[in-house]
Design a protein around this ligand. Structure first.
Ligand code: ZN
Length: 300
């Protein structure tokens, strides 16, 4: 099992895109500064989507323009060609393009079938500026909110098409939080067997309380990166009943105690989660931020 894993802080994007409370650009940048200070290697800072459909992300360009100078790599999300071009033009280090493994959800999420989304992704990789890394997230990799089960063979067809385009990384997303550790082992194992050199990232929602177990299963199965969000905030506006991501500080607590290196500070992440909770004006799902670390003395 790997002794280190990269954490990608996604609260500025996934975390607040589904909230009633709209954070100001200034507050988003303050959140990003906290993620940088906590030691996140990469941060998903915004998504370049239609502001009419996702008003929480209407200031994507302003957020991109205000990012602090840091070693941290900044990622922008895109669901179509226009979003991808905006992301590249904004000068972010990485564009994360989303395809959806099921047609119905792909249609609801980005107004096209999976096949069209794969074709556009291939075009995007081909025209990306040299300085922009291009990754891909396959949403609904473990199940679809409309079609139900997504078969392994269907997923692997999509993975193959994505891999052919030449991304630097493939992320499997459990968008609606239905996966169990057995599913993670099976699907990550299948992708690794087919593409041994492709870095694999996992994006996990904790909708059915399997998120942290799935993260562990992912590390055992050989993923190189895990997405998480301060306080466990998050959700998808186009997936019914979608709830938050795994909480960064809960994940760090588990990994720190298990000796898995992340380069992130648990204490700084707890502070960031508490700060974000205040900004949103409601209780967030994270648990370690409420229970405190253990042992206390190490933190005194
Ligand atoms: Zn998500």
């Amino acid at each position: 099992m790997s002794t280190s894993v990269e954490i990608i802080e996604v609260s500025p994007r996934d975390g607040i895109q589904n909230e009633d409370t709209l954070l100001s650009t200034e507050a988003k940048l303050a959140l990003i500064e906290r993620a940088v200070a906590a030691g996140a290697a990469r941060i998903e800072v915004t998504s370049f989507v239609n502001p009419k459909r996702v008003p929480q992300m209407a200031d994507a360009d302003a957020v991109a323009a205000g990012l602090p100078e840091a070693e941290t790599r900044y990622i922008g999300l895109a669901l179509n060609k226009k979003g991808f071009e905006r992301c590249c033009a904004a000068g972010l280090d990485e564009a994360n393009y989303v395809v959806v493994a099921s047609d119905t959800f792909c249609q609801r999420n980005q107004g096209m079938k999976t096949e069209d989304s794969l074709r556009i992704f291939t075009e995007c990789v081909a025209v990306a500026p040299e300085k922009t890394d291009v990754g891909v997230t396959i949403a609904a990799s473990f199940g679809c909110p409309f079609e139900g089960e997504v078969s392994l063979s269907r997923l692997m067809d999509v993975v193959e098409r994505c891999a052919e385009a030449g991304p630097h990384e493939i992320a499997l997303a459990d968008t609606i939080g239905v996966a169990t550790p057995r599913d993670i082992a099976e699907r990550v194992g299948a992708v690794r067997a087919a593409f041994p050199d492709m870095p694999i990232r996992l994006h996990l929602h904790n909708t059915r309380n399997t998120g942290i177990a799935n993260a562990w299963a992912g590390i055992e199965a050989g993923v190189t990166a895990l997405d998480s969000s301060f306080g466990g905030v998050g959700g998808c506006p186009f997936a019914p009943r979608a709830t938050g991501n795994i909480a960064t500080e809960d994940l760090l607590y588990m990994l720190d105690r298990a000796g898995v290196q992340t380069g992130m500070s648990l204490d700084a992440s707890i502070e960031a989660a508490q700060w974000l909770e205040q900004q949103l004006g409601k209780t967030v799902p994270g648990m370690v931020m409420k229970a405190g670390v253990f042992p206390q003395a190490a933190n005194a």
